[in-house]
Design a binder for this molecule. Structure first.
Ligand SMILES: [Zn+2]
Length: 446
């Protein structure tokens, strides 16, 4: 088949405009409910629904054609001969894809055309999509692929009546059973554990992976338990703030739980009795004001605030040329002595009702460090990561108060200049006073 045929849009009448760049006028007509969208309400969008189905079929044909070419090219070694590249690297580079997804495509294409020709035909006919091919690829291995290949006609038929999730489950289940007959249980093979963290330049990190056996059970159990605790804390905050601290989704709570557990784990002193040294440098470009890590990934100022408060990372200011100017603002975060004094004074998170101990807490600058707030113990309060985030939410302010609101003026405690208390104002004006963990004695009282 010629490649032109694959791109021939005339086989889908009415969609030939898809490949033409549409002018702004067309776009405006469409947005304003012009001819293409007025039909939608009149005919329940029948034409549009048909078009979507046609696009999916066309996409399968394109995926099939791409896989034919990739398999041929990889087999021929032409990329190496002509460009001095592996097929994967050449493909990733020329099509601006992530290296991993390009090499997955090449590997799956080769496998598809050497082992699973009926699946390749089904892809070309639009009976299955590239996602099906991916699931089949991941379910098979050197032990079960022959048996799986024999089952393909039945599996392709199943794909015509079953939804994608159900089909995937079926394929994985059959593959696993076939593998076990060969004396192999993938769920206990530690080589099946993997975890990828892929940072992107816009500051988002994608997490993906697979866990098996004991590791899967342990990690799931630990994260589930911590997620429950995070949610309980949010619910109690929602109550204390009259609903102004919203309760997050379980998925969001799960991400926070993971972060808190790792924070805590990495804060455990090592054999030498010291906390781990900061390993990452945050680079602040003096001219552009841009923040990056030492791999050049963009960081938001919001992130910086937390990592500095946690003492995890030392900021480094650089000139436009990238030359270091100074260890940026090193005096703006609490030093070891101040942290020790804070631990004694506050004893833990100062948000009322929170029981997080001091070792889990950040030293929060009540007057923001980027507003030139001084690093002075009276300007610092211990907050757990969760309440630190709450404090930085839009509309929330935290200020120092001269004395505890509940003590009398003649109380000797109020004469103590160290009796610093803090107060939050929520977006609706509710006032919340800080707490101290009184189980720890005040050093000046001795
Ligand atoms: Zn707290």
């Amino acid at each position: 088949m010629a490649i032109e045929q694959v791109y021939d849009t005339t086989m889908f009448p009415g969609t030939s405009n898809l490949s033409q760049p549409s002018g702004d006028d067309d776009l405006e007509v469409a947005l304003a409910g012009g001819p293409t969208t007025t039909d939608l309400s009149a005919t329940q969008g029948a034409a549009e629904l048909d078009e979507l189905v046609a696009i999916a079929a066309q996409r399968s044909r394109l995926d099939h054609r791409e896989s034919v070419l990739l398999a041929e090219i990889a087999e021929s070694g032409i990329c190496d001969a002509v460009h001095g590249h592996t097929t994967n690297m050449w493909f990733a580079d020329r099509t601006k894809q992530a290296r991993k997804s390009a090499s997955d495509r090449v590997r799956i294409a080769q496998e598809l055309h050497t082992r699973y020709e009926p699946l390749a035909d089904a892809l070309e006919a639009g009976l299955v999509g590239w996602q099906h091919v991916g699931v089949f690829h991941r379910a098979t291995n050197s032990r079960n692929w022959r048996d799986m290949a024999e089952l393909l006609p039945g599996l392709i038929n199943l794909a015509q009546v079953a939804g994608f999730e159900r089909w995937s489950q079926e394929v994985r289940g059959i593959a696993q059973r076939l593998d076990q007959n060969g004396g192999y249980d993938p769920a206990t093979d530690p080589t099946n554990n993997y975890l990828h963290l892929v940072p992107t330049i816009n500051g988002i990190t994608y997490v993906s992976g697979q866990l098996v056996g004991e590791l899967a059970l342990t990690i799931k159990k630990l994260i589930d338990g911590e997620t429950d605790r995070v949610l309980t804390r949010y619910r109690s905050d929602a109550e204390a703030s009259g609903g102004e601290v919203p309760v997050p989704s379980r998925a969001q709570a799960c991400a926070e739980a993971l972060g808190e557990m790792l924070d805590r784990g990495s804060g455990v002193p090592d054999g030498s009795g010291k906390l781990p040294e900061p390993e990452i440098v945050v680079i602040l470009n003096d001219q552009s004001g841009e923040l990056t890590d030492d791999d050049g990934n963009h960081l938001s100022p919001e992130i910086l605030r937390f990592i500095i408060a946690a003492g995890l990372i030392r900021p480094l200011e650089v000139a436009g040329s990238g030359d270091p100017l100074r260890m940026g603002r090193t005096l703006r975060y609490a030093n070891r002595h101040q942290r020790r004094a804070l631990m004694t004074r506050d004893g833990g998170c100062i948000f009322p009702g929170c029981d997080r101990p001091a070792s889990w807490c950040d030293a929060h600058h009540v007057d923001e460090w980027d507003d030139n707030g001084p690093t002075d113990i009276n300007n610092l309060g211990l907050l757990c990561r969760h309440h630190h985030r709450v404090t930085h939410r839009p509309g929330w302010t935290m200020t120092r108060t001269a004395q505890p609101p509940t003590t009398q003026p003649n109380d000797p405690n109020t004469a103590d200049p160290d009796q610093v208390r803090f107060r939050w104002r929520t977006p609706t004006g509710r006032l919340i006073d800080s707490q101290r963990h009184h189980q720890r004695s005040h050093p000046t009282a001795a």
